[in-house]
Design a protein around this ligand. Structure first.
Ligand code: IVH
Length: 718
């Protein structure tokens, strides 16, 4: 009897072996169709479901993993590729707020930034936050020309053919609309359509989908638009990108225009004038939530006036004029079956609870992070109790798990009445479970307190740290090398053959050369064919030239995420300048150190981590080997180079009357200027309001250009 409808936990070992054999054959068959003839028989989602099933069975019966398992094959997974689209205006995300106080703070920050008094009322719109995928749809002369996903916000994927199949989205706009219009909004799948689809999948004996959002995403990422067409996707318009001629002055009116142009808009959007009204509308939408035919995960508030939106502008990733007020996370009860330790790139030992599977808000949860040793004990980062009566978490405990959005589920609390009599406190390992090195909690030099993270001291010796480093290096926002995934890294890392081994990042780039002189050919190894090896080399060679910020991010320096890497790239411009400055900053004092700390968005902890990284000779050695293979491109300077203040260092002083200091600073920075707090020889312009004192004197003394607010405004307006 076929077993695919049996839950993996219920399979016998014999059934599992038979099914793995069948899956290996079936996946191989679809791979051939997909790659060889470009004529797949099943959708990507179905294909993924087969692979997931295979992985789940293998996770339960690792002893049954076959030589020809799909999980061992390289380069076979269909990675659907769409052409990239650079967004004419970046697609940003929203800041989140979780409590009434957060919302009050948000509103207050808007008033403060604009220098408004509480009685000079500012209107906000409030509308549901749709849990779907954001989309930017571009119309030129009234015709739909491109539709693109958000991607990384700067560049998305061209899914025009698929979007054209969504009936709710007009392909032509009425006469008289601006010549260029980019309408943005959310593509989603209605709950009722999702349930009907899953019923059908069940009837056909196929794996069901997890939730409407993922199904909508899978339905869109289809090379065959006919599949998308069969999925009944829907759309709400709520924002815009480039528009050649703004046809309205408020957020609310813009959305009404979208409706007039034929787009679906959300009927629950309101324009409101006070925090009390905003919060009342939030409660109201929350009450309606279960009856809506689409998933929402909060309420979005936006400043209604477009002029004020423009003055408020953006932080690096989100607008100052909007926020998403999220609904509380969903919770469920389950039991902790095991506690396992994962070792990360920086050596951090992270405990993970393996849970009896439970559905939380429509998603099956089997793992939850336990963060660190203290979290298991019931203590927060400063040693404060985080659970009632400092309950610790033990294997066998019944716990409350919480899932909020896409973040990893958390264990919130323990139900003490259900604790098994023989449950014992969890003993956190003293050694790294991967390499056996001592695992320690560092003491913070300043506070003398123990760090909450336990770290493996093995460094480069630790296989987990080394492979995680490599995985980070090739990951999407770093070097993004297609065909080098987690499994392949593990394979190359473990290889005993000199001509196959990848232990550090530069090894990736010497692989092809080493292969040429070797008898152990990669293409003869199970899972790699001639074609996939060729593709892998091409993907590697394509990255021999790389954007500076990706290069810096890929180095895997502690605390240096994408945003920080971009700040560093922009500030230093070239890799040479960056590396020289980091060496110069080694004494943690002096000009290079001060300059690093002066970068807005880089604090002392991050600065220290970078400097420490460059003090380690082994890091410098690896980077130098890498640089003989790879060339980081000089960072582009901000796009506003046509502004007369671009690249200038500006100081604002005195009491400003035309704008608040925050607004002045944000505006200057958006034009490419640097804003400093004190006047020095490096200062280019001092903008002085009434009452300016010593800074103005100093500027005059040094012969720095000075001006008043009106002159400044005239200068930046050109
Ligand atoms: S406004 C510049 N309005 O939420 C801000 N976003 O967390 C543009 N989203 O990427 C977004 N419903 O995909 C806005 N009514 C709504 C929304 C909404 C859902 C999504 C959107 C965005 C994400 C940010």
């Amino acid at each position: 009897m076929p077993t695919e409808s049996v839950a993996v936990e219920d399979l016998t070992i014999d059934d599992a072996a038979t099914e793995l054999a069948r899956l290996a054959k079936e996946v191989a068959h679809h791979d051939t169709l997909y790659h060889g003839k470009d004529q797949p028989e099943i959708s990507d989602a179905d294909y993924d479901a087969l692979k997931r099933r295979n992985d789940a069975i293998e996770a339960r019966f690792p002893e049954l993993i076959r030589e020809d398992s799909p999980s061992r094959r390289v380069g076979a997974a269909p990675s659907v590729t769409f052409a990239p689209v650079v967004h004419a205006r970046p697609m940003l995300s929203l800041d989140n707020t979780f409590s009434q106080e957060d919302v009050q703070d948000f509103v207050a920050s808007v008033y403060r930034f604009l220098g408004r008094l509480p009685d000079q009322s500012i209107a906000f719109t409030a509308e549901p936050k749709i849990d779907g995928l954001s989309m930017s749809i571009r119309y030129e002369n009234g015709r739909l020309v491109t539709a693109a996903t958000r991607g990384d916000g700067t560049m998305g994927e061209n899914v025009t053919a698929n979007i054209r199949t969504i009936k709710e989205i007009p392909t032509e706009l009425p006469k008289g609309v601006p010549a260029v219009v980019e309408v943005r909004g959310e593509v989603y799948m209605a709950k009722s359509d999702f349930m009907a689809l899953n019923k059908q999948m069940e009837a056909e004996g196929k794996q069901t989908y997890v939730n409407p959002r993922n199904t909508a995403a899978g339905s869109l990422r289809q090379l065959d638009a006919k599949v998308t067409a069969s999925r009944k996707l829907k759309f709400f318009a709520y924002a815009w990108g480039e528009i050649s001629d703004m046809p309205a002055e408020t957020q609310f009116d813009m959305v009404q225009l979208f409706r007039d142009w034929g787009f679906p808009v959300n009927p629950l959007m309101k324009r409101l004038n006070s925090v009390a009204d905003i919060l009342a509308h939030y409660d109201d939408i929350g009450l309606k939530r279960p009856d809506l035919d689409y998933d929402i995960d909060g309420v979005v508030y936006k400043v209604d006036s477009l002029e004020l939106q423009q003055r408020l502008g953006f932080r690096s990733r989100s607008p100052r004029w909007a926020t998403a007020h999220k609904f509380p996370a969903e919770q469920a009860f389950t039991t902790v079956e095991k506690i396992e330790i994962q070792v990360g790139r920086t050596g951090a030992l992270t405990p993970v609870a393996r849970l009896t599977p439970v559905t939380v808000g429509g998603v099956v949860v089997t793992n939850a992070t336990l963060h660190n040793e203290d979290y298991i004990k019931g203590l927060g980062n400063s040693g404060e109790p985080i659970r009632d009566e400092e309950h610790d978490i033990r294997i066998g405990d019944t716990v409350i798990v919480q899932r909020a959005g896409d973040v990893i589920p958390q264990v919130l609390d323990v139900i003490m009445e259900k604790r098994p009599a023989d449950a014992v406190p969890y003993e956190f390992p003293k050694r790294c479970p991967v390499c056996g090195s001592h695992a320690v909690r560092e003491r913070n030099e300043k506070t003398g307190k123990l760090d909450s993270v336990t770290r493996c001291t093995g460094g480069f010796v630790c296989r987990a740290q080394a492979t995680e480093h490599l995985k980070h290096f090739v990951s999407r926002n770093a070097f993004d090398i297609e065909g080098l995934g987690s499994k392949q890294i593990d394979f190359f890392f473990e290889s005993e053959e000199e001509a196959l081994r990848i232990r550090t990042a530069p090894d990736i780039f010497t692989l092809e050369r080493r292969q040429q002189n070797s008898l152990t050919k990669l293409e003869n190894i199970e899972g790699f064919g001639k074609v996939s090896v060729g593709k892998l080399y091409a993907a590697i060679n394509e990255r021999r030239s790389i954007a500076l910020h990706r290069f810096i991010y890929a180095l895997g320096i502690r605390h240096v995420g994408e945003t920080t890497a971009k700040l560093l790239a922009r500030s230093y411009g070239t890799y040479e300048a960056f590396a020289a400055a980091m060496k110069g900053a080694a004494p943690l004092s002096g000009d290079a150190w001060n300059d690093l700390n002066a970068i807005e968005g880089i604090g002392e902890i991050v600065a220290r981590a970078i400097v420490e990284f460059y003090k380690e000779p082994r890091n410098v050695e690896v980077i130098s080997a890498l640089l003989s293979e790879v060339t980081p491109q000089d960072a582009e300077q901000p796009v506003t180079s046509d502004s007369p203040v671009s690249g200038k260092t500006v100081v604002f002083t005195g009491s400003l009357e035309k704008f608040t200091r925050d607004e002045a600073k944000a505006k200057a920075e958006s034009l490419g200027a640097k804003v400093a707090g004190s006047v020095s020889k490096k200062t280019d312009i001092v903008v002085a309001g009434p009452g300016a004192g010593s800074k103005l004197d100093k500027a005059r003394e040094l012969g720095v250009q000075t001006m008043d607010e009106d002159e400044w405004l005239a200068l930046i307006r050109g």
